[in-house]
Design a protein around this ligand. Structure first.
Ligand SMILES: C[S@@+](CC[C@H](N)C(=O)[O-])C[C@H]1O[C@@H](n2cnc3c(N)ncnc32)[C@H](O)[C@@H]1O
Length: 473
């Protein structure tokens, strides 16, 4: 079944679970020893999970709610023994509803698959009221980020309900949501005895191109291990790997991380940087032409060559394209350098930038506020060393490349690239070789969550001690 694309469907993250998947999930839960006295499904939709639970946990009390009255009618027809109500998750007095229910509880189901920015895009208010929630599981804890999944907020609520109680949670969710919720919970020592994630084929079941699974969290009196075992599918007897929290660090593969632990450093030894941020590619990114340059607006222009540098972007690095003819206008040599002097030192470029001042001034990010006109970020002496080691932050490829000058000019990168400025060609080649060798690859892979939008960051690269790698390889 698919969620389709209409506004209502998106607002309510409405991907109804196919019956066979719900049945397979409850069968798996029974097999791993989950035996609830009450099954609670806070967004039960048409009741696929409640119906499956009724078949699997025959003596359990069933409680379901959904915001959609039509769905509750359907669920009532399917599971007449369940106590069902039409309710908005964010309004429902859950403490009251749960208070007297027999334990252990199983909080089951498939919370809405929608992000706050997805809701914003369609003008929906189906989200927690920002002022209502407090503490680690509250909205404040996750809205430091501009975007988050509604299911993430719901899962934090579920964990809060289980505090001091007996029970488990079993929900279909994005792998990324599972990780974020668990990481936050582990960090505060939430009472989790065991966590497991059984991966599902979300494309086949929900027509959704996302990494997802059945997350099973068992509550305990106190926090035990801070790992989540990951199984390839419902039939897998052994976990393929486990992600977790090691010394406060979220790690994608705990065993591989521990095997290479000596490479970890908490100090910033190696100055990995992001490329230059300008937020105005139409003006700042150009192609070489016969008579000068062509900008993103198709204008033929001239510029002082000393301010123009060969440019490589994430896709170029990922695809091994190194002579693209693309260049970047770099009007500052350091962050916040006064640009007014360009009127004297580079008058042609100054005229070009001044002509496009409205476009540059319209850049949305607040970092440009109260800064010299035409400011850029991520620029410094490190941008201009002839040799660097670089990697794309966006692509799912852990390949490091030694990059040297093009036509005698140092190469600059856009801000999706991470790079390390090197002292020489030899150093760049040696570091790239070390980073592409199995030991560093296993260590970095252990830390990388490949399902993230931007899996490779400078922060992550800085955790590998090149000093240790160089002296012990
Ligand atoms: C991903 S669907 C899953 C439905 C059902 N649990 C299943 O597994 O088939 C999400 C469900 O959440 C419901 N929902 C969305 N927002 C809600 C809210 N604020 N309160 C309660 N239910 C909500 C939708 O109506 C929809 O049925």
């Amino acid at each position: 079944m698919t969620a389709g694309g209409d506004t209502q469907t998106i607002a309510y993250g409405d991907f109804q679970t196919p019956d066979d998947l719900a049945r397979a999930a409850t069968a798996l839960l029974r097999q791993i020893g989950i035996a609830p006295a009450t099954v609670i499904e806070p967004s039960c939709g048409k009741g696929a999970f409640l119906a499956a639970a009724a078949g699997t946990f025959r003596t359990a009390r069933l409680l379901g709610a959904d915001i959609n009255a039509g769905y509750i009618d359907i669920a009532r027809g399917r599971v007449p023994q369940a106590e069902l109500r039409v309710a908005d998750f964010f309004e429902m007095p859950w403490a009251e509803a749960l208070g007297s229910l027999p334990q252990p509880w199983l909080i089951l189901g498939n919370p809405p698959w929608v992000t706050v920015s997805g809701l914003g895009a369609i003008g929906s208010a189906n989200a927690p009221a920002r002022q209502n929630a407090e503490g680690w599981r509250g909205i404040d804890a996750i809205t430091g980020r501009s975007n988050f999944d509604i299911s993430e907020w719901m899962l934090r609520e579920y964990l809060g309900w289980l505090d001091g109680q007996r029970g488990a949670i079993a929900v279909l969710c994005k792998t990324m949501v599972a990780r974020k919720v668990l990481t936050a919970a582990w960090k505060i020592g939430a009472p989790i005895a065991r966590a497991r994630l059984y991966r599902i084929d979300a494309a086949a079941h929900f027509d959704a191109a996302v990494d997802a699974g059945l997350l099973v969290i068992e509550a305990a009196g106190r926090a035990d291990a801070t790992v989540c075992e990951v199984f390839d599918d419902f039939a897998a007897e052994r976990p393929r790997s486990a992600f977790g929290l090691v010394d406060g660090l979220a790690v994608a593969d705990v065993a591989a991380f521990m095997r290479n632990r000596e490479l970890f450093t908490a100090d910033i030894e190696d100055r990995w940087r992001s490329g230059i941020k300008h937020d105005c590619s139409a003006v700042m990114e150009l192609r070489r032409s016969k008579d000068g340059f062509v900008n993103g607006l198709g204008e033929q222009i001239a510029l002082e060559p000393k301010l123009v540098f060969p440019l490589l972007k994430s896709a170029d690095l990922a695809n091994g394209r190194f002579d693209t003819g693309r260049v970047m206008l770099v009007p500052q040599m350091t962050v916040c350098e006064d640009t007014a002097q360009l009127a004297q030192t580079a008058p042609v470029t100054w005229e070009y930038l001044t002509r496009h001042a409205p476009r540059m001034a319209a850049r949305k990010s607040s970092i440009y506020r109260d800064k010299p006109a035409f400011s850029i970020f991520g620029v410094g002496s490190y941008s201009f060393t002839p040799w660097k080691v670089a990697i794309s932050g966006l692509y799912k490829r852990l390949t490091f490349t030694a990059i040297g000058p093009i036509e005698g000019r140092p190469v600059v990168f856009d801000d999706t690239v991470s790079f390390l400025a090197c002292a020489s060609e030899d150093e760049a080649r040696h570091i790239a070789d070390l980073l592409n060798a199995p030991r560093a690859q296993e260590f970095l892979n252990a830390m990388i969550f490949w399902t993230d939008k931007r899996p490779i960051t400078t922060g992550l690269l800085r955790r590998l001690s090149l000093k240790t790698l160089r002296t012990t390889t």
